[in-house]
Design a binder for this molecule. Structure first.
Ligand code: PLP
Ligand code: COI
Length: 416
């Protein structure tokens, strides 16, 4: 029986009727396709006059049909929007293939111990996708359409949502120009697809090869500050999830890995002094007060448009401000030299979750200079106390394991 037969659900009522997870060895899953394909995806297309006439890039907030994308109030004529997972066929001259006119999102759905399935903050991804659409001239997907598409994909692929604590079903909404075109201009047709894949941990370091709900047994990662490559610049597209932001990171990533580090840490393109983010995650440090309890949690600000506005970043800032009274929260530039006063550092993102950083290597700017090394965890390979608290709160909300937090942050959770 297909999940379509289920009543559409909203609010916080558990839906125990979801099928149990498939009998797979979930503990071996990493952040990859894990050699499997989920059966269903969401697929919509906007073409001809509908993409032109309504193309104002201005929004399309909840429920708006401004852009003409289909949804249950504006059903497509010939077909359903959920289809079997299948290859897409594209003209070689499509604007996505030639000019990179496309965006993607990353969202996780979790199975709670009650068998209820929830999606974490899809509304925030919908908003970010809409801002990205405005930046690269794609007709915006109304937030409600975006969120409903994610829910549908989870409902149809519910058997692939791993058991609690064993990972998540990762949703990949993609939207791109799919019409043929030679002129350097926006497409006349757009495709919106949501596909999904079950995933485990993003980083594979030695002790986190298997899933854990306790961050204290996750190995910290090592970062190398990139001196040769930058990810983003003022006026560019680093602040949105444009597909073209990721391939330029590959070479840097591969060189970083070849030197024995897990990930590159990018600094600003102009002065090379100010930390921005890793290639696919935001960055935080914690600076303890020198002579009293508590300290300051710092992450770089979003104001110059070079850093992606992570949903995890926003969640951490909110939790730290509201739930950690000893911690002051600052969104301000972080100079590389400040790493010496930090006692904790971590990366965060939907894929990366909260991943503690064990050490950061900063190559000298000149050939003769020395590399500086900042070590946060040595020997015991544990995350710091503040990193641990944030991880626990975030996952308690995702997995519904803290009633007080769950109630307070109820709007972060979309029940499927
Ligand atoms: N920065 C970049 C460049 C990313 O690709 C991501 C992942 O989406 C993030 C940060 C973290 O964002 P989020 O927490 O929304 O996944
Ligand atoms: C995510 O964390 O969801 C991302 O999209 C980052 C990366 C996997 C590209």
């Amino acid at each position: 029986l297909l999940p379509l037969a289920l009543p559409l659900r909203g609010g916080a009522t558990p839906n125990p009727s979801h099928p149990a997870p498939k009998d797979l060895d979930w503990s071996t899953f990493g952040f990859s396709l894990n050699n499997l394909k989920t059966p269903y995806m969401y697929l919509d297309q906007l073409s001809g006059s509908s993409s032109h006439a309504t193309f104002d890039g201005s929004g399309g907030g909840s429920g708006s049909l401004k852009s003409g994308w289909h949804n249950k109030n504006n059903p497509p004529k010939a077909r359903t929007l959920i289809t079997k997972h299948k290859p897409l066929s594209l003209e070689p001259s499509s604007t996505i293939l030639n000019y990179g006119q496309g965006l993607f999102e990353g969202i996780k759905a979790f199975r709670r111990p009650s068998n209820e399935i929830v999606i974490f903050r899809p509304q925030k991804n919908a908003e970010r996708c809409r801002r990205g659409c405005a930046r690269i001239l794609i007709p915006p997907i109304p937030d409600a359409t975006f969120v409903e598409a994610c829910k549908e994909v989870v409902r149809y692929n519910a058997e692939y949502v791993p058991p609690t604590g064993k990972g998540a079903l990762y949703l990949r909404p993609i939207v791109f120009g799919s019409a043929p075109k030679l002129g350097v201009a926006p497409s006349d047709e757009y495709t919106f697809c949501v596909w999904c894949s079950p995933v485990g941990n993003y980083f594979k370091t030695d002790s986190n090869a298997t899933q854990t709900t306790l961050l204290s047994s996750v190995s910290p990662i090592t970062l190398l500050v990139s001196r040769s490559y930058t990810r983003s610049c003022v006026g560019g597209v680093g602040g949105v999830k444009a597909v073209g932001n990721y391939a330029p990171v590959f070479k840097c990533q591969s060189e970083t890995k070849a030197q024995g580090f897990n990930e590159a840490l990018f600094v600003d393109a102009k002065e090379g002094q100010w930390i921005e983010e890793a290639g696919a995650s935001n960055f935080f440090i914690y600076i303890p007060h020198p002579n009293k309890p508590g300290g300051t949690l710092v992450t770089p600000p979003l104001n110059n448009g070079t850093i992606l506005a992570g949903v995890t970043r926003d969640s951490i800032l909110t939790l730290a401000r509201a739930e950690l009274p000893d911690v002051t929260v600052e969104e301000r530039p972080i100079n590389l030299s400040e790493l010496s006063s930090a006692s904790e550092a971590f990366c965060c993102g939907t894929g990366a979750s909260i991943t503690p950083v064990g050490d950061i290597h900063v190559p000298s700017v000149t050939e003769e200079g020395e590399e500086t090394k900042f070590i946060f965890y040595n020997g015991d390979r544990k995350a710091g106390e503040v990193t641990e608290k944030l991880y626990k709160m975030l996952h308690d909300i995702m997995w519904g394991e803290d009633k007080r937090l769950e109630k307070k942050y109820a709007d972060w959770i979309t029940v499927v």
